[in-house]
Design a protein around this ligand. Structure first.
Ligand code: AMP
Ligand code: ZN
Length: 420
């Protein structure tokens, strides 16, 4: 689609989507309270007339207050992972499920996969959207799909090898864990994987490079959230420079979370999304709390759907330590530069005499310790220096044996806050 085609399609779909949302009890009253009627929305330029939707709205409307169709038309529901409280339920009609599969197939195809590829989904199935979401998309493309699910690392490796899997989907933290388990007696490169679709949690460019080197594959960042179906919202093309966000299905805004006004193009703000094609449960101007920016300019791949940058984090992920704002990604970036360290880490926050303390727990990479305590001490001092430079205060470092920190099968829990 050209820009013009995308934008006129967005206008049509926004009008439809708002009218559809108004059929749900929750939006009917929310629009009324806000003083807006579906008829006030005539094109995409009217988006600012609509109220935002927050996680709190989803909680208030739980379980079915935002359902906009006869329950008979619902064929599926999912929930968000509920890492920040009670889960929220999302509903789909048959057509919604088909559209989602089409978006997901589009992502996988964009990466370069075809029906000839063999795909293993290492993501949890069930209510979590990373299972069925990727599954339906890959099947739509005609791929041979192995629904391995999460965990059971030895079996994952066995299946990849025996069935000559070429593409996998996982969280980056789990993909790292699998690679490191293999390094105990084998080489992840020997698996012959070509494509890694890694997402569902934030990770840095440095983590991507490390995964690419370990496996010898190409990593495609995959972004989505259950409120917007799940995966299939934004995905990288082979340029690996920002994720194309499917604007025929989502209206995209990036706002300043304080003023709620759009940020200047290219600046970081909160991503706000409106579903344009969903019928069972349209969501209007959803405040994702994810922080990103538009990648300015046309993508050399030729697609005209906007690109968003790798997530900087969530606004509620930001740590305030001794009054300094720190994102876990800033710590990850430094750790990944150190070849003597593995890919897993934990950030622990505690208090000592009323002063915040940050301890970063890292693991030695397999075979990295050459027996010289002296060189280990130097490497550690260099890590401490770089972390201090990154955050502006001293950080304690604990170096653990390879494989000794808790590994995750899904979204990693990177921060443990014991300051209370
Ligand atoms: P869920 O509620 O389980 O669907 O989780 C959605 C959330 O996961 C998003 O709002 C993001 O905070 C996070 N997420 C998903 N994909 C990515 C990604 N590629 N990079 C960073 N964060 C992500
Ligand atoms: Zn592109």
């Amino acid at each position: 689609m050209s820009r013009q085609e995308i934008e006129s399609f967005q206008s049509e779909q926004l009008v439809r989507s708002v009218a559809q949302a108004a059929k749900s009890p929750y939006y009917a009253s929310k629009f009324k309270d806000f003083g807006v009627e579906p008829g006030d929305i005539r094109s995409r330029s009217d988006i600012g007339k609509l109220p935002f939707t927050t996680k709190e709205d989803l909680r208030l409307s739980y379980p079915t207050g935002m359902l906009a169709v006869d329950p008979e038309l619902v064929v599926r529901m999912h929930t968000s992972s509920g890492t920040t409280g009670k889960p929220t339920a999302i509903f789909h009609t048959r057509e919604d499920v088909e559209n989602w599969a089409e978006l997901m197939a589009r992502c996988i195809h964009m990466a370069g996969c075809t029906a000839k590829d063999i795909f293993q989904n290492m993501s949890g199935y069930g209510l979590f959207t990373g299972g069925l979401g990727l599954h339906y998309g890959a099947e739509r493309l005609g791929m041979w799909v192995i629904p391995a699910g999460a965990g059971n690392t030895a079996r994952q490796i066995l299946l990849i090898r025996d069935f000559h899997v070429t593409a996998v989907h996982a969280t980056p933290s789990y993909a790292m864990h699998v690679a490191e388990r293999m390094l105990e007696g084998d080489d992840p490169k020997s698996l012959g994987l070509k494509y890694g679709f890694f997402g569902a949690e934030p990770y840095t460019e440095e983590m991507r490079r490390k995964l690419e080197e370990l496996y010898g594959l190409k990593v495609f960042n995959s972004y989505g959230l259950s409120e917007m179906n799940g995966p299939g919202v934004a995905f990288e093309c082979p340029q690996q420079n920002g994720m194309h966000i499917w604007e025929d299905s989502y209206y995209v805004e990036i706002i300043n979370p304080e003023t709620l006004q759009p940020v200047p193009e290219g600046e970081v703000g909160e991503l706000v999304l409106t579903t344009l094609r969903r019928t069972a449960m349209p969501i209007i101007r959803y405040r994702t709390r994810d922080l990103t920016r538009f990648v300015v300019g046309d993508c050399p791949c030729g697609r005209r759907h906007a690109r968003i940058d790798r997530m900087l984090g969530r606004s509620d992920d930001m740590l305030i330590i001794r009054g300094v704002n720190v994102f876990p990604s800033q710590i990850e970036e430094v750790i990944m530069r150190h070849k003597w360290l593995g890919g897993n880490y934990v950030i622990r926050l505690s208090k000592k005499e009323a002063l915040d303390q940050m301890t970063v727990q890292v693991e030695l990479a397999k075979g990295a310790f050459d027996g010289s305590v002296e060189s280990l001490r130097n490497q550690r001092a260099e890590l401490a220096r770089q972390l201090r430079e990154q955050v502006g205060f001293s950080v304690n470092i604990e170096v653990a044996e390879p494989g000794s920190l808790p590994a995750s099968e899904g979204k990693a829990k990177r921060v443990i806050d014991e300051r209370e």
